[in-house]
Design a protein around this ligand. Structure first.
Ligand SMILES: [Zn+2]
Length: 119
């Protein structure tokens, strides 16, 4: 059976929302996460024994679709703790022999051609 992050979050949505500051006090309109962080500064949420990146949860709930395999959710605002779905976009990682690794935004209308995996 396919892993669906939405099924794990449903019962924990209140606890998730309680840790997001949507007060609007942030000048860029960011919604900072107030809960646990990962070592590299992203929000982390635990539900049913699964540890999940908060910005990936927020993107999934907002778009109501799973993140295809190998794709990344990035912040336009560059604020790693931000949970505002409007500040999030989906991207693929590429490699260029001179400039190295880069991220390329994937238009959401084009996501159907990517395979959706367990998470
Ligand atoms: Zn933001």
């Amino acid at each position: 059976m396919k892993y669906d992050i939405r099924k794990h979050i449903e019962r924990h949505i209140g606890r998730l929302e309680a840790q997001i500051n949507k007060s609007g006090s942030h000048p860029e309109g960011c919604w900072p996460w107030r809960g646990t962080k990962t070592h590299n500064g992203y929000g982390q949420f635990c539900a049913d024994g699964h540890r999940m990146a908060v910005h990936r949860i927020l993107w999934t709930l907002d778009r109501d679709r799973l993140i295809p395999e190998g794709l990344y959710i990035l912040h336009r605002c560059e604020e790693r703790l931000c949970c505002n779905p409007d500040h999030l976009y989906i991207a693929a990682r590429g490699y260029h022999h001179r400039t190295g690794t880069y991220f390329q935004e994937v238009p959401e209308w084009d996501l159907a051609r990517y395979r959706t995996s367990r998470r």
